[in-house]
Design a protein around this ligand. Sequence first.
Ligand code: NAD
Ligand code: UDX
Length: 481
Amino acid sequence: MNKLEPMKVKKITCIGAGYVGGPTMAVIADNCPEIIVTIVDIDENRINAWKYNPINELPIYEPKLGEIIERVRNKNLFFSTDISESIANADMVFLAVNTPTKTKGIGSGQASDLSMLESCSREVAKCSRGHTIVVEKSTVPVRTAEVIKKILDANLKKEDSSNPQQTFSVISNPEFLAEGTAISDLNNPDRVLIGGDNELAIESLADIYSHWVDRSKIIKTNLWSSELSKLTSNAFLAQRISSINSVAEICEVTGANIKEVSKAIGLDNRIGKKFLNSGPGFGGSCFQKDILNLVYLCEYFGLTRVARYWQSVIELNDWQQERISKLITENLLGNISSKFILILGFAFKANTNDTRESSAIQISLNLLEEGANLLIHDPQVNSKQISLDLRIEETTSLSPDTNYNNKDKGKWKYVNNLSNSFSQVDAVVILTEWEEYKLIDWKKVTKKMRKPAWVFDTRLLLEEKNITDAGLNYWSVGNGR
Ligand code: NAD
Ligand code: UDX
């Protein structure tokens, strides 16, 4: 390679075959047919599912992903558990492993657990050959690239006849895709951010993106700005949701209407319309984790007031889930013990099968704690996942036609067939905004429900008139009367 020219990348390896690694690499492979892309993971089941499953049964559900996988799988996109071999062959290695909140030790409950990132950096140090560009794709605390560099530099192997001299460039390229719209976000990003101090490495990655992204959208920054921009972008987005959810509560007590207020706020161009939908609180694997991480970072640097400011975004989100659970109980005559509640939607948003940090988890747990029996439906989430999230086994024989006396917690059962699930239920709670819930014929289902029956719409998905005309009571978030 000419030292003054950016490396022309021919082989990419991505470590981490998850919600980021899978779609991101599929889009690179689709747009860059001359590059061989291999996704590796320690999870053999996940890799086998990517490798062999039919395109409608991929390990993650993401609209339009199947079509791309069909085009590129086994052409220039490959999946493997042979991590060392794939690293040895690559010019560029993406690190797209998970960075969850630590659950033990220093910073527990706040700081990011970087052990997965550390272990794959060690693997890169051990197995790479010649010059390798290491791309930090995972969301990380500021200055994590320094840790990766330290690991790589401390393990440099000497050149020998079978192994060219190892060298590394570490750059940051955070991912901004949102689940449910990942493919269009990746194909048409608002911006691509590349941070680093090695111009040539940055150019090599920019060349890849420039296959389909206009160069004006490829932003280059220093490493730490890139890492911090990702954390704070998520914090800003989450803060908007907590802000609008706080306004929803004001609407409910003052007679204002959150849809009208959101519209009026969003029409100010300086504010903008997006991310002003009130709901049951934000979920997903990113917002809470990244804000906690930011709070930890602020506290570490002694920025107590800044830490407190961002912490309040999470507190408001927790409160939104708690207050919705409470008002369901209050409206159901102050008692939900042994009552049947149909939960519509368990994913953290529509068009994904991801349930990480979904508000449905905490709200369901709160209702179960009060003794309610839950029938839970989601078009993409299976019963096994719900059991794992609730940490309560499913009770398959649960039926509203039987009288229960729940002295303790309630039970739950998975619903396959939505149309048969309204019989004798006291309330329906919409927690995910799946389009198919808009098609429910309320006049038909009301006949089956036990009266007085309620519909709680935490997503502002339904037309109030359709519900009230059917003789049902309707509550929706932010709807003051
Ligand atoms: P994920 O849990 O879906 O996938 C991570 C994968 O990494 C898993 O399959 C796991 O088995 C694998 N892995 C962990 N350690 C490994 C190792 N040592 N070697 C090989 N494989 C290993 O996570 P995700 O949602 O794809 O997120 C990945 C990163 O991207 C996180 O830092 C996250 O914050 C960030 N991010 C996520 C999203 C999103 O929408 N999910 C968006 C932007 C950024
Ligand atoms: C988020 C960021 O949007 C994305 O840029 C980043 O890369 C990863 O984190 P994601 O969590 O996949 O993406 O979905 P997002 O659309 O941001 O929704 C997050 C949560 O906020 C969901 O629970 C969603 O229902 C909720 N939300 C979103 C609202 O309650 N109101 C809104 O107006 C928007």
